[in-house]
Design a protein around this ligand. Structure first.
Ligand code: SF4
Length: 435
């Protein structure tokens, strides 16, 4: 029997809402010779003498925790193999290359790759072994990503642990698709989960039936990069409501051009969230967001007709070719929307050039910080709430998503984000990663 620890390297609240945790937990416990348990930042220190430690890498900013976790657990689990996976592993695991024995590059459904890795097999397709493969970008990018051609009901966790403190409340997570048919140039998800795959409607109905049977829940969270692009979305939502009209459905964000009156009627949302990303038509076209002013305006009309009185908008600043006018248009668009809705909240964050996106070689713009502050100040009187992430955390995210194995020692020696950033600044290293 192999004892396996599956770790989410941050709080329980985020981990319990992470579908990858549920998929892996379900997948691994299917094997009779594996006993897998889930852990989070709050309880990982209990792990002793396990045979394998698997850490899902969902966000670069978790790397500080990851390094701490591995350093501690190597002592208490001397014979364990340390395996990384998840979107950050698929995009660029190099800053963590010297901490892990292996990274799974891709999606594990329909394979026995995890089982084989845990049992010590080497030379597996879709696995990056830094020690043998090398730790340069070219070495890593030679590894061929694995993924199932179709996503089916096999390996889908229908008995999910839920908790009210989870990021989606105690929702049952229903993945309707993976990958995205759109072409936004800043997007990493569409490349690392290529090709776009949606589940069959019948499969989703089956998963809804099973999920509601086995999971303690009052809500279904629809998971997909672009939920509204699923052609059976209305039928699926109708099916859920027919099964139990008290179940609420949370579609995460919807593209403005996929919002239909019929869909909003079924969803009965209180808040509509859309992501124009850029304020101006010109910039939205340039980044290939493919959402026009008319699409946004139609979506808002439909929201209004459905008595939605709160709108949330996501924007990015610092996008390639951005000018002062593009920033002004974020302000104007937000103000105009506020005229028609009780509450408008916008989230503005810096564009980060992510690996495998079309913009991966574009610079990160440090001026974005001032532009975010400027937007916040300009919208204060209009009563539009402006939210943004900590700017230093975004700079660090950029460094870690683009950097190489040379960052490993820094992560270990300067294990607080602020110390790490100070070191890079003091040694004139920051521009190496931002330009
Ligand atoms: S940003 Fe959203 S809509 Fe655009 S390609 Fe990525 S996942 Fe698709």
């Amino acid at each position: 029997m192999k004892n396996v620890a599956l770790i989410y390297p941050n709080k329980f609240k985020g981990g319990i809402s992470c579908l990858a945790m549920h998929i892996l937990y379900y997948h691994l416990n299917k094997y009779h010779d594996i006993n897998c348990n889930m852990y989070f930042i709050e309880n990982y220190e209990e792990i002793r003498n396990n045979n394998a430690i698997i850490i899902t890498l969902q966000y670069e900013n978790d790397y500080f925790n990851v390094v701490n976790i591995i350093t501690k657990l190597r002592q208490n689990n001397p014979n364990a193999i340390f395996i990384g996976g998840g979107p950050c592993a698929m995009a660029n695991p190099l800053p963590l290359a010297n901490f892990f024995d292996a990274f799974v590059i891709g999606e594990i459904e329909g394979t026995n790759i995890m089982h084989e890795l845990i049992h010590g097999k080497t030379d597996l397709d879709g696995v990056y072994y830094p020690k043998f493969d090398g730790v340069n970008k070219e070495d890593f990018r030679r590894i061929k990503r694995i993924y199932p051609k179709k996503i089916t009901t096999e390996d889908y966790p229908t008995n999910q642990f839920t908790h009210p403190s989870g990021a989606y409340g105690n929702a049952f997570l229903l993945e309707i698709g993976r990958g995205c048919p759109r072409r936004c140039k800043f997007c990493m998800a569409k490349s690392i989960y290529y090709p776009p795959r949606f589940r069959k409607l019948d499969d989703l109905k089956y998963l809804v039936d099973e999920g509601l049977k086995h999971t303690k829940t009052n809500k279904i969270a629809l998971i997909s990069p672009s939920v509204g692009d699923y052609k059976h979305i209305i039928e699926l939502c109708q099916y859920i409501k027919e099964k139990n009209e008290n179940i609420s459905i949370s579609p995460s964000s919807l593209r403005a051009d996929t919002i239909k009156d019929e869909l909003l009627k079924i969803l009965n949302l209180k808040t509509l969230t859309i992501a124009p990303e850029a304020g101006s038509e010109r910039l939205r076209e340039y980044i290939k967001k493919d959402i026009s002013y008319e699409d946004i305006s139609n979506a808002l009309d439909i929201a209004k007709n459905n008595k939605i009185d709160k709108i949330k908008l996501y924007y990015m600043v610092g996008l390639p070719t951005e000018t002062k006018e593009d920033i002004e248009e974020i302000i104007t668009l937000s103000k105009n929307i506020k005229k028609n809705f009780r509450k408008v909240e916008i989230s503005v964050n810096p564009f980060i050039p992510k690996p495998y996106s079309e913009f991966e070689n574009e610079p990160f713009n440090l001026e974005s910080k001032n532009n975010i502050k400027y937007i916040e100040k300009s919208l204060r009187k209009s009563n539009v709430k402006v939210n943004y992430e900590n700017f230093n955390a975004m700079v660090i995210q950029c460094v870690l998503c683009r950097g190489g194995a040379e960052l490993g020692n820094l992560l270990k020696n300067y294990n607080k984000p602020i110390q790490f950033l100070k070191y890079l600044k003091k040694n004139d290293m920051l521009s190496d990663y931002l330009m």
